[in-house]
Design a protein around this ligand. Structure first.
Ligand SMILES: Cc1cc2nc3c(=O)[nH]c(=O)nc-3n(C[C@H](O)[C@H](O)[C@H](O)COP(=O)(O)OP(=O)(O)OC[C@H]3O[C@@H](n4cnc5c(N)ncnc54)[C@H](O)[C@@H]3O)c2cc1C
Length: 288
C-alpha cells in the first residue's frame, strides 16, 4: 500500500509543467486531484518516476462563459466546483443532476473533470455525459495547442488521444440545441458509485418530431460510446413511448458487452436498454 519512490514537482505555470513533462521522456505522470492516480500508485499498478502536480495552476481551474449558452470548464475544475458554478449548471443542467451521483464527497471535492476523462475508466460517468453534450477538449504540449472533438478522444479502456507530453487544459461545451432537454440515468455499483451502466441523453423536438438526439452510454464495454443506432431510430420519430422503446432496443448494437463480478453481460445489456429508454424519456420530459 506504499507507492514506489518517485520525484515530485509542483510547477507554478502550465508552461513549466509542459517543460517538465517533455523533459521526463515519458517517465512522469501529471497529478491533478489524485483520486485515481494515487490509489493506482499505492497498489503499484502505476509507478511513475516523477509526479508533476498541476494542482496549483489557477489558470486551469477557471469556468468561463463562451457566450450564447456555451461554457469552457478548466481541466482542473473539480466536480464540486462545477456543481457550484451557476453558469455551468444553467447552461448544461445534466451536470447538476449527474455529478451528485459520482463518487462521494471527497471524490467530488478533489476529483477534477480533466483527471476523470484523462483516466478514461470504462465505468466513469463523465465520458458519456461529455459525448452527449458534444464537448471538445483543448490539449497543450510544448508544440502548441490542439482542439479535439470528444467523439475521437476516448480510444479504449484507460486509453485516450492524449500523448505522453500533453496536458488537457479545458473542456468546452457548446450551447444546447434549441428545445433540447438532457438527462442522465445510471445503475451504480453501490460502494463506489461507478456506473455499471450509465446513459446520457440530449434530445429535442423539431416541431412534432424528434430533431436532435445524442445518446451516449458508459459502463457497458471498454469505452463509452455514442449509441448511433438509437439516435438514428429516434430522429424523425414522434418521440412517443413506442418510438422511444423501439429506439432503446439498439442500446448495445455493435458493442462487446462486459461481464464482471458486478453484472454479467446479459444483465448489462438489459439495463442499457432500460436506462436508455429512461434517459430519453427524462430528457424529453424536461422540455415538453
Ligand atoms: C472512492 C472513489 C469513487 C469513485 N466513484 C466514481 C463514480 O461514481 N463515477 C465516476 O465517474 N468516477 C468515480 N471515481 C473516479 C473519479 O471520478 C476520478 O478518480 C477523478 O475524477 C479523477 O480526477 P483526478 O483529478 O483525481 O485525477 P488524478 O487521479 O490526479 O489523475 C488521473 C489520471 O489522469 C491524468 N491526468 C489528470 N489530469 C490531467 C490533465 N489535465 N491532463 C492530462 N492528464 C491528466 C493523470 O496523469 C492520471 O493518469 C471514483 C474514485 C474514487 C476514489
Amino acid at each position: 500500500m506504499i507507492p514506489a519512490a518517485f520525484d515530485y514537482a509542483r510547477p507554478a505555470s502550465l508552461d513549466e509543467a509542459l517543460m517538465l513533462l517533455a523533459r521526463s521522456g515519458g517517465s512522469a505522470k501529471v497529478l491533478a486531484g489524485g483520486q485515481s492516480l494515487l490509489p493506482l500508485m499505492r497498489l503499484r499498478l502505476a509507478s511513475p518516476g516523477q509526479l508533476i502536480d498541476i494542482g496549483r495552476i489557477a489558470e486551469l481551474r477557471a469556468i468561463r462563459d463562451l457566450g450564447g449558452g456555451a461554457t469552457a470548464i478548466g481541466a482542473l475544475a473539480t466536480y464540486r466546483g462545477v456543481l457550484d458554478s451557476e453558469l455551468a449548471t444553467r447552461n448544461h443542467p445534466i451536470l447538476a443532476t449527474a455529478i451528485p451521483l459520482i463518487g462521494d464527497v471527497q471524490v467530488r471535492n478533489r476529483g477534477t473533470l480533466g483527471g476523470a476523462i484523462a483516466h478514461a475508466d470504462p465505468a466513469s460517468d463523465l465520458p458519456a455525459i461529455l459525448l452527449a453534450l458534444d464537448a471538445t477538449v483543448v490539449i497543450r504540449s510544448g508544440n502548441g495547442e490542439r482542439v479535439v472533438g470528444i467523439d475521437g478522444f476516448f480510444q479504449g479502456a484507460f486509453a485516450t488521444d492524449l500523448a505522453e507530453d500533453e496536458i488537457l487544459t479545458e473542456i468546452r461545451l457548446p450551447a444546447t440545441p434549441p428545445g433540447a432537454g438532457m438527462a442522465y440515468r445510471a445503475i451504480e455499483q453501490p460502494a463506489s458509485g461507478y456506473s455499471m451502466v450509465g446513459v446520457a441523453a440530449v434530445v429535442g423536438r423539431n416541431g412534432g418530431s424528434i430533431g436532435h438526439a445524442r445518446i451516449a452510454i458508459t459502463g457497458v464495454g471498454e469505452v463509452a460510446y455514442r449509441a448511433a443506432a438509437v439516435e438514428a431510430a429516434l430522429v424523425g420519430s414522434d418521440g412517443g413511448a413506442a418510438a422511444i422503446g423501439a429506439a432503446a432496443v439498439h442500446a448495445t448494437d455493435g458493442q462487446v458487452v462486459s461481464s464482471d463480478f458486478n453484472a454479467n453481460a446479459e444483465y448489462r445489456a438489459v439495463m442499457a436498454e432500460v436506462h436508455t429508454r429512461r434517459a430519453i424519456e427524462a430528457a424529453l420530459a424536461a422540455v415538453d
